[in-house]
Design a binder for this molecule. Structure first.
Ligand SMILES: [Zn+2]
Length: 173
């Protein structure tokens, strides 16, 4: 069993214990990344996410996207300068963001948006979320698709860093 830092990808620990899947990898936070989240010293958060291989977006308290790194571009159709200040649902092409009131205001957003919930929780508690599953209806090039995402968060410098761990289309969704 291997543990790597979900943010920077650094290997943290390897245990001899053989689980059902010996190649299994779990995510954690390494000491360096944890120190960055705690003190926000040294590099700025844009510079920090720029160094990461994992796709990461920087969100403010209104859940507007302040920036994202290159890896996040693989999940987003818009180019880097276009996303600044957009609500996260607009950047992710969430179908609910097209409802009246926009991202976060439809009843379904308030009641059921896991993405919104983990970001708000991280702002409120300062605690990181790790690999939280969220289903989102996404407008893709092939039309509306139900997508399953796994997101992680960390609070840094008054912003929430949102990491996209994995995304897949829900078959028949
Ligand atoms: Zn790390």
């Amino acid at each position: 069993m291997k543990t790597i830092c979900g943010w920077c990808g650094r290997a943290m620990a390897e245990t001899a214990e053989v689980g059902p899947d010996p190649e299994a990898v779990t995510h954690g936070i390494c000491a360096e990344c944890a120190a960055f989240f705690e003190n926000n010293r040294g590099v700025g958060i844009r510079e920090f996410i720029g160094q990461l291989g994992a796709p990461v977006l920087i969100l403010d308290k209104d859940i507007r996207v302040e920036a994202m790194n290159l890896a996040a571009g693989a999940y987003v159709d818009l180019r880097l300068p276009e996303i600044e200040g957009l609500l996260v649902g607009d950047v992710m092409e969430c179908a609910h963001a097209r409802l009246p009131g926009g991202c976060g205001n439809a009843g379904v957003c308030v009641m059921g948006c896991a993405l919104r919930r983990i970001v708000m929780e991280t702002f409120a508690t300062g605690k990181s979320a790790e690999g939280v599953e969220a289903r989102q209806e996404i407008m893709t090039g092939q039309g509306l698709r139900e997508m399953r995402f796994w997101f992680s968060t960390a609070l840094a410098d008054g912003r929430v860093l949102l990491r996209i761990d994995r995304a897949e289309v829900v078959e028949g969704g």
